[in-house]
Design a protein around this ligand. Structure first.
Ligand code: IVH
Length: 666
């Protein structure tokens, strides 16, 4: 494209060039001009009165959803030998193995995106991204273009099998791709993600994506008895398996970690640690999962990368729960290949403890996806005029008093919903991916609509479609994008209970706790009524909340506090009327233990207490510590004490360990 001076171009030519650049960039993924030229064209056209619709995010919409036959989980991390030993000790405790040395397979942790590949009757039928772990995006046609993907499996493969692995872009392919991009990708992982999430599979095909297969999903028949044999089978079936995967015993992990760490700079792809997986698949199955991660595997991450730079400013951000969080703005610095401009300062005490001052040279570190942190202040290099930082006692956004209750580290704005920062952060949280996942309601849009006075509470989101015509007239919008937004909002009127609870943004109720509550109470109305009843200390509802495993007293306090606020109850009533909140179906509802409350007492002979608890929960039961009239079964082990006596007095059914095993089906 010729570089005619802008002021000599007609408006038509400007618009034609912008349209061509948009198509090349968004549809074909082949930019035809650099950003500076594009921005200049747009500014000139705008100066002459042109108004643009927002383009971009061409890959966000358009993928169907796929529910994984078996959830796709993440891994817990360890960073040091003692943490790895503790991981091994936990496995031994769970399985009741005394001094056994555990056998693992160690494999590099590839820095890409996880993928689930499904084969039916030995044919590749679909591929899904991880998504929220239960439901991912349907990227079948894109994955089909990967040269590493076997499209057929041999006859001996099960009729149905999900195979998990990592899609990544080799460093050389990443550099070659970036050389052709006007807007380069920040790292190979982003490049792989951007290339996979293309609406046109021909674009994915043109990018060099690679695949390592490394884990089991659901399957109609077992494939191997050890993980190492499983990997060998995958290799025989035509998958690429990482050649550095090796069986090792737990005592060799430190050496393996060092060996892979030394190879890391020369590997053709990015890795960020080593994954250790218990080799025995039967033991893996017994261990199962806790929360979002398996008990049988762990990622031992490489140490964080560090750099030194200047602290330019400390600003205070206000979160959705009113927490005032200090954030450091830094002179931009390259830390392990990523440009860092901000770091977290955690809280008031941390600033005092480290005596961090604006103007200081600071050492920062970056590990994985976490926000960079300030690890040290180089006080010898402190400018003479650097002053200690004074943490504000008023909210920088709304001016309300910010108080710090005794014993807490966080100072909070008391403005509540009159504080715009809290309202906006809550709205952003509500619309975000793990919550309502409303396409098109990102941070920018939420801020814009809030500033216009259209969004004051989360309930206003669902009346936005009434404003569609007004939205269409906003700068950067148009009839099409406004209609799309209305459709995206309407599509989310049906919402699973767990997501709904999470979306409310109650302190300490993250995704895992929201799921626990949803599983326990099952229906929105049941949960709401129980939380209202739990206001009374000593009530059955309060006791019940206290015995849900995973919900501790401070979490219970937050829930009760949320339901004590009349404006929250009013909001819930409005949302309940606007939405269709789906009941949560427990993990198992067709087993003899489903919905039953169980107490274990005494020493079990064949399994440990944690395993028994996990088994009972998998079978849909609830495990509590103390016997009450709500208890259905008490499983009595050797030397049982007062719990068994109390159960007998209350007429509760007593089970032997063998009876429990048969009811739990193992
Ligand atoms: S196993 C249930 N093996 O790391 C455990 N994951 O932080 C399944 N990853 O989501 C994962 N290399 O995307 C496993 N050799 C490897 C891996 C690996 C990279 C990724 C994977 C996972 C994430 C967890």
């Amino acid at each position: 494209m010729s570089e005619t001076p802008l002021d000599q171009m007609t408006l038509e030519t400007l618009l034609a060039q912008i349209a061509a650049a948009d198509l090349a960039y968004h549809r074909d993924d082949r930019p035809i001009m650099d950003d500076a030229r594009y921005d200049a064209l747009k500014r000139e056209a705008e100066r002459r009165g042109a108004v643009f619709m927002q383009v971009g995010a061409p890959v966000a919409a358009g993928f169907g959803k796929i529910r994984h036959a078996q959830p796709m989980l993440s891994l817990d991390n360890v960073f040091a030998p003692d943490e790895f030993s503790e991981f091994c000790a936990r496995i031994r405790r769970f399985l009741g193995l005394d001094a056994t040395v555990l056998q693992f397979v160690a494999e590099p942790k590839i820095d890409g995106l996880s993928i689930s590949l499904t084969y039916q009757d030995q044919k590749f039928i679909r591929a899904a991204t991880r998504g929220d772990g239960e439901e991912g995006e349907d990227v079948t046609e894109n994955v089909r273009t990967l040269p590493d993907l076997p499209l057929r499996l041999p006859e001996d493969a099960p009729n149905f099998i999900e195979i998990r692995g990592e899609i990544y872009m080799a460093r050389a392919d990443f550099l070659a791709l970036n050389a052709t991009q006007a807007r380069p990708f920040a790292n190979p992982r982003n490049a792989a993600a951007g290339s996979l999430r293309q609406l046109d599979p021909r674009i994915t095909a043109s990018r060099k994506l690679s695949l390592f297969a490394y884990a089991r999903g659901a399957a109609s028949a077992p494939v191997a008895q050890t993980h190492f044999d499983y990997l060998a089978t995958l290799r025989r079936w035509g998958f690429t398996v990482n050649p550095l995967a090796e069986p090792i015993s737990e005592t060799q992990a430190i050496d393996f970690q060092a060996r892979i760490g030394a190879l890391r700079p020369d590997l053709p792809y990015d890795i960020d640690g080593v994954v250790y997986k218990l080799d025995d698949l039967a033991l893996q199955d017994r261990l199962g999962f806790a929360g979002r991660a398996p008990r049988w595997a762990v990622a031992w991450k490489f140490p964080a990368e560090r750099a030194i730079t200047r602290l330019e400013a400390i600003d205070i951000q206000v979160g959705r729960t009113g927490a005032l969080t200090p954030r450091a703005t830094l002179t931009p610095v390259n830390v392990g290949g990523v440009i860092v401009t901000h770091a977290t300062l955690h809280n008031e005490d941390e600033i005092i403890r480290k005596d961090v001052r604006v103007g200081d040279m600071v050492e920062i570190q970056r590990a994985g996806d976490v926000i960079p942190q300030i690890v040290a202040v180089l006080s010898a290099q402190r400018p003479p005029d650097a002053e200690p930082f004074h943490f504000p006692d008023h909210c920088p956004i709304c001016g309300s008093l910010a108080i710090r209750p005794q014993g807490e580290v966080v100072r909070r704005c008391t403005g509540g919903l009159s504080c715009p920062a809290q309202v906006v952060e809550r709205l952003i949280h509500f619309c975000a991916r793990p919550a309502f996942d409303i396409e098109g309601m990102g941070e920018k849009t939420v801020r814009e609509f809030h500033a216009l006075g259209w969004l004051n509470t989360v309930a206003d989101i669902f009346t936005l479609p009434d404003l569609e015509a007004k939205i269409a007239r906003l700068d950067g919008w148009g009839a099409l994008s406004a209609a799309k937004l209305s459709a995206a909002i309407r599509a989310r009127r049906r919402i699973p209970l767990a997501r709904f609870i999470y979306a409310l943004g109650i302190r300490r109720i993250g995704e895992a706790n929201a799921k626990l509550l949803a599983r326990h109470y099952g229906q929105f109305a049941v949960w709401r009524d129980a939380m209202i009843a739990a206001q009374m200390i000593g009530s059955d509802a309060r006791l019940e909340l206290g015995v849900i495993s995973g919900i501790g007293p401070s979490i219970a306090e937050e829930l009760v506090g949320f339901f004590a606020e009349p404006h929250n109850l009013a909001l819930l009533a409005t949302l309940d009327a606007q939405l269709n909140i789906e009941d949560e179906i427990g993990p198992a509802d067709n087993t003899p233990l489903a919905g039953k409350t169980i107490v274990f007492t005494g020493t079990l002979e064949t399994i440990t207490r944690p395993e028994a608890k996990a088994r009972a929960e998998e079978a849909g039961a609830k495990v509590t510590e103390s016997v009450s009239k709500r208890t259905d079964y008490v499983v009595v082990g050797a030397d049982a004490g007062s719990k068994a006596t109390k159960a007998a007095a209350l007429g509760i059914a007593l089970l032997t360990e063998a009876e429990f095993r048969s009811l739990a089906g193992f």
